[in-house]
Design a protein around this ligand. Sequence first.
Ligand code: ADP
Ligand code: MG
Length: 149
Amino acid sequence: MEKTIVTQDSMETIALGKKLGALLKPGHVLLLSGDLGAGKTTFTKGVGQALEIKRVINSPTFTIAKEYRGNCKLCHLDLYRLESLGDDFDLEEYFNEDVITVVEWPYNVRELWPNEYLMIEITLHGTKRNITLKPCGKKYETILEALYV
Ligand code: ADP
Ligand code: MG
């Protein structure tokens, strides 16, 4: 089962991220794929709103990872530049049972993905975005079933 939602502007993408974020628990992993400017970071801002994170979430492109604290911890990774940093990178150290982890540019580390995750693919269509949620693992299927969109 997968779901595709079309958003007309960034506010709608944030609202979708917020709806999903309200269903997430520490230990969950989101993989966010899509071109530069697709809206991955925008979607993550919505997740942050659901977690009541007050700090502004922006692209961590130059730092790989940023950690935020709201109702629970959020670890936001951007692996766009990873190739230029070499391959002694360990993705697993960012996954644990007390943090929600969001990974932008996950295909740069395809071999390091966890066994279960929620894949979110964003494609641009003019000003619209197609956002497809693809669960891998039972707990993510349950989340998607609970997501009313
Ligand atoms: P990414 O992290 O995928 O590189 P960003 O979220 O940083 O993308 O940027 C997306 C840009 O596209 C923002 O400037 C945002 O305002 C704009 N935008 C326009 N329409 C949408 C939409 N429907 N959803 C998300 N962002 C949108
Ligand atoms: Mg980004």
